[in-house]
Write a protein that binds this ligand. Structure first.
Ligand SMILES: Nc1ncnc2c1ncn2[C@@H]1O[C@H](COP(=O)(O)OP(=O)(O)OP(=O)(O)O)[C@@H](O)[C@H]1O
Length: 260
């Protein structure tokens, strides 16, 4: 997709009743790149994710997607700019088929109102057919074409997470926010999902922000990494750069060794 602007996070601070969860954090997500946000437990990753998706409001700083200022926008207004998100925990209606779950993801793009759709007016029928075709294409892209008629809740966990990813893609986003997309997956599922995520970046040209604990996946997929610790940005760069950064290594070792 053309026209994806950079996402520029500048000096963002978020406070919760006396606790500074993010403290003057800055980074830029280059167009079409996969940018991972990592850090030990409690570092501020989820808070960062929630600021980008409009769930939390920053006390200070700015988040710009091209010329658009995101801070202060409600989640639906952030989505309207072409920023889609997935959730850490499954957020799919379990009895709804995969096809219908994905169609729900296209709601923002649908012009016909419920009345026109309900009355089966010709324009609404044509639009419905167009959206179903696109849903099929996106399902094929993530490897779910054979599962379109299945209730989402009947699929194995890894596939349900792929349905969520596909649903976000159905919004035709320019930027995709992924919240721990491989958490709870088997090694096989992790590998498959990582390949799909790489395909989204490489094949669709969508920028991706990835918050993820799995270092293997982060280091294999990311073009750039931002490292948080206690709400501050303590490092950043390519995966190789952050892996050899003593401050980053110290932050992670500190987490593993409570005596340190
Ligand atoms: N809604 C909230 N109210 C109060 N404190 C919060 C809230 N959300 C997060 N925090 C606190 O802010 C800090 C950063 O939390 P956050 O969840 O962003 O970290 P994280 O890096 O995502 O951690 P984890 O890896 O454990 O998910 C923590 O000290 C956390 O307790």
């Amino acid at each position: 997709m053309t026209g994806t602007p950079p996402l520029t996070v500048t000096d963002v601070t978020v406070r919760f009743a006396g606790l500074t969860a993010l403290d003057g954090v800055s980074f830029t997500v280059e167009p079409g790149s996969l940018h991972a946000v990592i850090g030990p437990n409690g570092a501020g990753k989820s808070t960062c994710f929630n600021v980008l998706s409009g769930v939390y409001r920053a006390a200070a700083g700015s988040v710009r997607f091209g010329a658009a200022e995101l801070t202060g926008l409600a989640p639906h207004a952030v989505a309207a700019l072409g920023i889609a998100r997935t959730f850490q925990n499954l957020a799919l209606p379990p009895h709804t088929t995969v096809a219908d779950s994905l169609l729900l993801g296209r709601h923002r793009l649908m012009r016909s109102g419920f009345l026109a759709a309900g009355l089966r007016l010709p324009a609404a029928v044509r639009e419905d057919r167009r959206h179903r075709e696109r849903v099929r294409e996106i399902a094929a892209f993530v490897g779910l074409e054979a599962d379109l008629a299945a209730p989402a809740g009947s699929l194995p966990y890894g596939k349900q997470k792929l349905v969520e990813l596909a649903r976000a893609l159905c919004m035709e986003p320019r930027l995709l926010l992924l919240d721990e997309p491989v958490a709870g997956m088997t090694a096989d599922e992790r590998q498959r999902t990582a390949a799909v995520i790489a395909g989204v970046r490489d094949g669709l040209g969508i920028s991706i922000v990835l918050v993820e604990h799995d270092m293997g996946v982060v280091m294999r997929l990311a073009d750039a990494v931002t490292v948080l610790d206690f709400g501050r940005r303590i490092g950043g760069g390519t995966p190789a750069q952050v892996q050899s950064d003593p401050a980053v290594v110290r932050a992670y070792l500190g987490e593993e060794d409570p005596a340190a």
